[in-house]
Design a protein around this ligand. Structure first.
Ligand code: NAP
Length: 332
C-alpha cells in the first residue's frame, strides 16, 4: 500500500516519508479499512514534531482519524461487516499504524458506521473534532433548552460543537476573533456570535441571556478565559475544557466557582472509556441521520502531500484564520 510514515520526530518536510509499505492484515477481533480520507489534527502535528515526547515505537504512520470501507475482517468479526462504510477513531493513539495510508487495521469497535449520506472527508473529522465536541456537550446528559457558550466557535472542534448544540435544542452563543470566523459560527447555527477581540464578552453574554449566564461552556482556552467564564457560568453549570494552550497552568478562582456549584470537566478524547465512547458515537450517529453534521473542510491534499497538510496546521494558518476548518488528506 501507499503510506506516509516517520521514524524520528521533527519538521514535517524533513521527517515525513511517502512510499510503499506492507499491506496490514487484520488480526483477531480486527477489521481492515480501505481508507479514502485521513484527518489531520493539532495533536498529530504536535506528536510528529516531538512536542509530546520522544517516539516510543520504531515508526509511526500518523493520524487517528480516517474514513473508508471495511475490506477484510479478522477472526471473531462477522464477515457481514465487509463492504461497510466506516469512520475510524484513535487510529494512531498508542498505535504505530494510523490512518495516513491506504489501509489500517483496528479493533472492530474502532470502526463505526458512516451513513451513505456522509462523505469520507466528513468521516475523517469525526474521531477527534466531533467526538470531542460531543463529549464536551453531552457528557452530563441532554442539553435541550440549555444555553451553551462555545469558545472559539470557528475552530475544528468549536464549529462542530455549535452544529451539535443547535441540533440538540440548545441556545448557542459562540466567541470568535474575526468577521470571517463570525460568519462561520453563524453558518454553523450559533444564535449569538461575539467577537472577543472587539466586544466585551461578559456584557455581551449577559445581554443575550437576560443576565442569566450560560449552563455550559465548551472551552478551547480554559486558563485564558477562566476569569470571564467564572462570571458567566450559571449555578450548577459545567465548564467542559479540551484545551488551554495559552495558559496551561492557570490560577483557579476557587470560591467564584464553588459558590456556583460549577463542575470543571477536563477532557481528552483519546481516553473516553467504552461507555463514554458509546454515548458520543450514538449522538454523532443521530446527528448524521438528521443531516446535522457538516464540518467545514479548510484544506484537502493528496496523500503524497501530507507534509503540506501538516505544515498548514502547524504554521498556525488554521488557528489564525487564513484557513478555517479541518485539514483532510484524500487517499486515492
Ligand atoms: N482535549 C482533547 O481531547 C482535544 C481534542 C481536540 C483538540 N484539542 C486541542 O484543542 C485545540 C484546538 O483544536 P482544534 O482542532 O479545534 O483547532 P483549530 O481548528 O485551530 O481551532 C482552535 C480555535 O481556538 C480559538 N481560540 C484560541 N484562543 C481562543 C480564546 N482565548 N478564546 C476563544 N477562542 C480561542 C481560535 O479561534 P479564534 O481565532 O476565533 O479565537 C481557533 O479557531 C488544540 O490545541 C488541540 O490540540 C484537544
Amino acid at each position: 500500500m501507499k503510506a506516509v510514515w516517520y521514524d524520528r520526530t521533527g519538521p514535517a518536510v524533513q521527517v515525513l516519508n511517502y512510499g510503499e509499505w506492507p499491506d496490514p492484515q487484520p488480526g483477531t477481533g480486527e477489521v481492515r479499512v480501505r481508507l479514502y480520507a485521513s484527518g489531520v489534527n493539532p495533536s498529530d502535528v504536535k506528536t510528529r514534531d516531538g512536542l509530546r515526547g520522544p517516539m516510543t515505537q520504531p515508526f509511526q504512520i500518523p493520524h487517528s482519524d480516517g474514513a473508508g470501507v471495511i475490506d477484510a475482517v479478522g477472526d471473531g468479526v462477522s464477515a457481514d461487516r465487509v463492504g461497510a462504510r466506516v469512520y475510524v477513531w484513535n487510529g494512531a493513539w498508542r498505535r504505530p499504524a494510523g490512518t495516513c495510508a491506504q489501509f489500517i487495521c483496528v479493533p472492530a469497535e474502532q470502526a463505526l458506521p458512516l451513513p451513505d449520506t456522509v462523505d469520507f472527508a466528513t468521516g475523517a473529522c469525526l474521531g477527534i473534532p466531533a467526538m470531542t465536541a460531543a463529549w464536551a456537550l453531552f457528557a452530563d446528559g441532554d442539553i435541550t433548552g440549555q444555553t451553551v457558550l462555545v469558545a472559539g466557535g470557528a475552530g475544528a472542534v468549536g464549529e462542530i460543537a455549535i452544529q451539535l448544540a443547535r441540533w440538540a435544542g440548545a441556545t448557542v452563543i459562540a466567541t470568535v476573533s474575526s468577521a470571517e470566523k463570525a460568519a462561520v459560527a453563524s453558518a454553523a447555527g450559533a444564535h449569538h456570535v461575539i467577537n472577543y477581540r472587539n466586544d466585551d464578552v461578559l456584557t455581551a453574554v449577559m445581554a443575550c441571556t437576560g443576565d442569566a449566564g450560560v449552563d455550559r461552556v465548551v472551552e478551547v482556552e480554559f486558563g485564558g478565559n477562566l476569569a470571564l467564564t467564572a462570571q458567566i457560568i450559571k449555578v450548577g453549570g459545567v465548564i467542559a475544557a479540551y484545551g488551554s494552550m495559552a495558559s496551561p497552568t492557570p490560577e483557579l478562582p476557587f470560591y467564584a466557582l464553588m459558590f456556583r456549584n460549577v463542575t470543571l470537566r477536563m477532557l481528552l478524547v483519546y481516553l473516553l472509556n467504552p461507555a463514554e465512547r458509546a454515548i458520543v458515537a450514538a449522538r454523532l450517529a443521530a446527528a448524521m441521520a438528521d443531516g446535522a453534521l457538516h464540518p467545514r473542510i479548510a484544506l484537502r491534499v493528496p496523500l503524497d502531500q501530507a507534509a503540506a497538510a501538516h505544515e498548514a496546521v502547524e504554521s498556525g494558518a488554521v488557528e489564525s484564520g487564513a484557513l478555517i476548518g479541518n485539514v483532510v488528506i484524500d487517499i486515492a
